[in-house]
Design a protein around this ligand. Structure first.
Ligand code: 5GP
Ligand code: MN
Length: 338
């Protein structure tokens, strides 16, 4: 169980109704949205005025989540978002640990004097927050929101909406309990089930809600765009701007495609490299001890976790793929032994 400094002070602060803004990262995933909404429901229940925002839109498959429609997209409603942030008594930073990751929203938050609370599980947190609950061994930020509620002495406040939100983040960040699990996590999940989570229904809502075009896109990626570099135990899928147009997809639609390459016995590293309007994005995944975090951080201005990281490049798609491939020989021994 992680700990949090100055918890007493934070408890006292939250014992009186406040204006609170919860923020999360760009392209929010199940854990970002799940942790934000769980905290939103919890703090609202306590009598606070709570708002949630992210720099960009959440993916469609999360739109069923209670409270999802309340999430403000900062890049679209910048003025409203800025006003909320400037008026806030406290700002929560969830599922990211560096204001640079949230661009303009971060630029608004950085100079604000109000206390900030970071709850996150990514490596190397930037020490800007006043209260920090950071545990890189946690499966998800949702696991840490559960821990936070334990610390607050408020487990009994977990209602079905909070439980569903927490379960969603845990499920998506662990790939349905395939990575980053622990006995502690299973105990938390057991408790959430006791508190009303219908796990089968949620698995169905989250994983069996694809549009036909998404499944066809997956087929296209695996059949036409996948390259396996046996020697380096690495798989690469690339997607061009034209692919995005042809399949009329937006960025969130490609979520999860990278993971399919890890199903191959010999593959230890998977890279999904795709063209965005102005940059080339990389999604990196690995199995076991091999860390993709270093590659993302050192070569693609990114970061993340040992087994799931991301980054970007201003070079085009071809040049970025070439650069990625050129790095692999440096890791050959590590890859052979991982
Ligand atoms: P994804 O591949 O799903 O976009 O991201 C995987 C993980 O890497 C996430 O935990 C995310 O926070 C992190 N990540 C993705 N892109 C970036 C980036 O550009 N910078 C940093 N620091 N982390 C990233
Ligand atoms: Mn997360």
């Amino acid at each position: 169980m992680p700990s949090m400094e100055h918890l007493k002070e934070l408890k006292a602060f939250l014992s009186i109704p406040k204006d609170i803004v919860i923020t999360t990262h760009r392209n929010p995933d199940g854990d970002a949205v799940g942790s934000s909404l769980a905290l939103f429901h919890y703090l609202s229940q306590m009598g606070h005025t709570v708002r949630v925002m992210a720099p960009s839109e959440y993916p469609d498959f999360l739109s069923w989540m209670p409270g999802a429609t309340e999430i403000l997209v900062f890049d679209v409603h910048t003025e409203q978002g800025t006003e909320w942030l400037q008026r806030a008594d406290m700002i929560f930073v969830l599922d990211y640990n560096d204001l640079e990751r949230v661009d303009r929203m971060g630029e608004v938050i950085a100079p604000l004097k109000c206390p900030k609370v970071m709850i996150d599980h990514h490596l190397f947190p930037d020490p800007f927050a006043d209260y920090v609950l950071s545990d890189t061994t946690a499966s998800s930020t949702c696991e840490l929101i559960y821990d936070f509620m334990v610390m607050m002495g408020h487990l009994d406040r977990i209602d079905p909406k909070i439980a569903d939100s927490l379960f969603t983040g845990i499920l998506t960040d662990t790939g349905s309990f395939k990575y980053s699990t622990s006995s502690k996590l299973y105990r938390i999940v057991a408790d959430l089930v006791d508190r009303g989570v219908d796990d089968v229904r949620l698995q169905d809502l989250i994983f069996n809600s694809m549009d036909e075009k998404h499944l066809r896109l997956l087929g296209h990626c695996l059949y036409n765009r996948m390259e396996i570099l046996e020697e380096y135990h690495t798989g690469i899928i690339t997607l061009t701007k034209e692919d995005y147009e042809k399949y009329s997809i937006s960025r969130g639609d490609t979520e999860g495609i990278v993971n399919f390459m890890l199903k191959l016995k010999n593959v230890k590293v998977a890279a999904f490299i795709h063209e965005q309007p102005t940059i080339t994005k990389l999604s990196l995944r690995s199995k076991g001890d091999f860390s993709v975090q270093e590659i993302a951080k050192m070569h693609f201005k990114g970061g993340g976790h040992r087994n799931a990281s991301g980054g970007s490049s201003y070079a085009g798609l071809k040049a970025t793929v070439k650069k990625f491939k050129s790095l692999l020989p440096n890791y050959k021994t590590q890859l052979d032994n991982a």
